[in-house]
Design a protein around this ligand. Structure first.
Ligand SMILES: Cc1ncc(COP(=O)(O)O)c(C=O)c1O
Length: 341
């Protein structure tokens, strides 16, 4: 990678990357996934797949096309392994690329590990295959690491688990640990060189603001000094064990997904049929809101979307603190099992 364009957060970093992807390729179509969130501004909102985009789509901005996530738990197919699952989702995407016009697509946009929409971890081989697919058709691969970046998953960026290199990397949140507004786009060498002879027509008054960058540098130093990467890997193991334990114990826990300190519990009405506890974009009775409220009342503060409880504790959490917090979660999940919400 060659350069960074700094922004004030994640949404404008996605806007900046949209501008780069379209200008650099001269193409307009962007493929992103249904279970994704990339921000609330016009471009980033249309890029997002989750229901928060619906209010922005009045009308929807042209050129934004959605594809299916490698959401193995919710697949109709029982894949025998990750390789088979990856091949299936990549074949499906390649078909869509062809239907959309293989020469018309500027970029494929992913959260390498999906954040707000339920910590969807791609099967092994998926991201490597996605990289190959993008190279085959001259499409840019963009990874939005706003949630998953800066050691949340036990690597600086989540895609590092699979050894791929995107063309654009979007970051925010963890760069300053959320204390000061800072985000940005990391740009590949080839794209940076393109801009050596062309002015980048995307300006922000506060791009590269000294205060924000000072906070970013201080946080990066802290991550290194505290050896956060190794800490997250160690506590992430404990988190995984605690989640597996909840899966075994609770009839309402359909699936647990975790990588580093990035995890989610998917709540269901029935473990066998996998019927979600609340319908997609249709929790009219506020069931999930009440569950989050019950957790918060007992001192466990978190959030999630749809039928997921996301659990992404501070990177500095200790194993004992995690265990104590999970006692609260365990108790509330028994109430969910009994249908009390
Ligand atoms: C993956 C991802 N991208 C982009 C954004 C938008 O970032 P911001 O809220 O800083 O504009 C978010 C925010 O939650 C996010 O999770």
């Amino acid at each position: 990678m060659a350069k960074v364009f700094f922004t004030c957060g994640g949404s404008d970093a996605n806007e900046a990357a949209l501008n780069i992807a379209r200008t650099y390729t001269g193409k307009s179509k962007i493929l992103s996934r249904y279970r994704s969130y990339h921000g609330s501004t016009l471009g980033a909102g249309n890029l997002s797949g989750d229901p928060r985009r619906f209010d922005l789509e009045t009308p929807a901005a042209p050129g934004f096309i959605k594809f299916y996530d490698p959401y193995v738990y919710r697949s109709e197919i029982e894949f025998k392994d990750d390789a088979e699952a990856s091949a299936f989702y990549l074949r499906q995407l390649e078909e869509q690329i062809n239907y959309e016009g293989k020469n018309q697509i500027a970029a494929v946009w992913v959260e390498s590990v999906t954040g707000a929409n339920g910590i969807i971890i791609p099967p092994d081989g998926y991201l490597q295959g996605l990289r190959r697919l993008c190279d085959k058709y001259g499409i840019l691969l963009v990874s939005d690491e706003v949630m998953a970046g800066f050691y949340r998953t036990g690597e600086i960026f989540a895609f590092n688990h699979w050894g791929i290199k995107p063309d654009l990397i979007i970051f925010a949140k963890g760069i300053t640990c959320g204390y000061i507004q800072l985000g940005g786009v990391i740009i590949s060498k080839a794209i940076a060189e393109f801009y050596n002879n062309k002015v980048y027509q995307f300006g922000l008054t506060y791009s590269g603001h000294t205060l924000a960058c000072a906070a970013g540098n201080a946080v990066l130093d802290f991550y290194e000094k505290e050896n956060i990467r190794e800490k997250v890997r160690a506590t992430g193991k404990v988190l995984g064990e605690l989640l597996e334990d909840l899966y075994r114990k609770h009839s309402s826990v359909g699936n647990v997904r975790y990588i580093g300190l990035f995890s989610a519990i998917e709540l269901v009405r029935d473990k066998k049929t996998k019927e979600p506890l609340v319908p997609y974009a249709g929790d009219a009775k506020g069931v999930m809101k009440r569950i989050f409220g019950a957790l918060r009342a007992k001192g466990f503060s978190t959030y999630g979307r749809e039928n997921n409880i996301n659990i992404s504790p501070p990177l500095t959490i200790t194993a004992d603190e995690l265990r104590a917090a999970f006692l609260i979660l365990d108790e509330v999940l028994y109430s969910v099992d009994r249908g009390e919400f």
